[in-house]
Design a protein around this ligand. Structure first.
Ligand SMILES: [Zn+2]
Length: 350
């Protein structure tokens, strides 16, 4: 008996047209993911969704008109970078519209009830992009645009964004810093690029308490993330009660990632997905949208993405547990304690 497919991926060969040369954020990342899913026999068990391009008005939810026009004109003029590490090519503007559109399409599929979980493999990634500047390999902030779309089109008032990329999602944080409709929760290596995301950044004005940062020292691994998700994210969600969960799904906290120094195993991504799935089932009919951010070891990236999809779809091909024998570090307990202290006035049941 075949059960109904409830999990999808957004993919389009045009995502490969954003050429970055000898750069870690390269098209081979997506080829590796898609190749691995095929090899595992997973593609036929997933709904394959074609993205549409985001309209400029939709990009404007998150970015200034001026900045959007700047990117368009840099691409038209054939520039090959917008800063030291953010590459572009002549096609990048259109591909970035498609990448943002992929996140929007994913929200529509989940909000319409057609699917429970959709992972958009759009690139360029987005979480570093701020309202008026791109940076850190990112042009348009896909996850933020998806959140705005969900608020505008579906009148949602409580969206949780989990950013488990190893880098802090500075762009996403800035966009919702004053906005209590979006709870932004980020685990990231510290110190590391881009340097933001300290405990003290908790939001401001009406958004105070709705930005939650858990900076972690290099070397943090499965047991640390398990502890943080279990002991901190879960009680936070019991109070916030999200209506939709978006995940900035970077896989560069993996132990084999060349750009960062964390120690997550591939199966840890299944473990985190399992906890997020439980939260989603409790509060929002299981609705989860993931958008791809970082992850630069091609094999680790593919394995980690597969484990996330496996856990969400319930195929049972991988183990959604922490790797055996990995110990919880005192640092992580301290991080949770400090953040709890800081946020207790907003979330008394922490
Ligand atoms: Zn990253």
């Amino acid at each position: 008996m075949t059960s109904k497919i409830r999990t999808g991926i957004v993919y389009d060969d045009r995502f490969l047209l954003h050429e970055t040369g000898m750069h870690p954020e390269k098209k081979e990342r997506l080829k590796s993911i898609m190749g691995f899913l095929e090899q595992k026999g997973a593609l036929e068990k997933l709904e394959l969704i074609e993205p549409r391009k985001a309209r400029v008005e939709e990009i404007e939810y998150a970015h200034t008109k001026n900045y959007i026009e700047e990117i368009e004109s840099y691409c038209a003029k054939g520039y090959n970078a917008i800063d030291m590490d953010t590459m572009i090519c002549s096609a990048s503007y259109e591909v970035a519209l498609l990448s943002a559109g992929g996140a929007i399409t994913a929200v529509d599929k989940v909000m319409s009830g057609e699917l429970d979980h959709v992972f958009s493999f759009g690139r360029p990634p987005g979480h570093h992009a701020e309202p008026n500047r791109g940076m850190g390999f990112c042009l348009f902030n896909n996850v933020a645009i998806a959140a705005y779309h969900a608020m505008k089109e579906y009148n949602l008032e409580r969206i949780l964004i989990i950013d488990w990329d190893v880098h802090h999602g500075n762009g996403t944080q800035v966009m919702f810093y004053h906005d209590p409709r979006v709870l932004f929760f980020s685990t990231h290596q510290s110190p590391a690029y881009p340097g933001t995301g300290s405990f003290n950044e908790v939001g401001a004005g009406k958004g105070e308490g709705y930005t939650v940062n858990v900076p972690l020292p290099p070397g943090s691994g499965d047991a640390d993330y398990e502890y943080i998700f279990q002991e901190f994210l879960r009680p936070l969600c019991d109070q916030f009660k999200p209506q939709l969960i978006l995940v900035s799904s970077g896989h560069d906290a993996h132990e084999n990632d060349p750009l960062a120094g964390m120690a997550l195993s591939s199966q840890a991504y299944g473990m985190m997905a399992k906890m997020v799935k439980e939260i989603a089932e409790k509060y929002c009919d299981g609705k989860i949208v993931l958008v791809l951010e970082g992850g630069y070891n091609l094999n680790a990236l593919a394995e980690a993405v597969f484990n996330v999809l496996d856990t969400l779809a319930g195929w049972g091909m991988s183990s959604p547990e922490k790797k055996e024998g990995v110990l919880l570090r005192q640092n992580s307990k301290n991080a949770v304690e400090m953040q709890t202290e800081k946020l207790k006035e907003f979330w008394p049941d922490l």
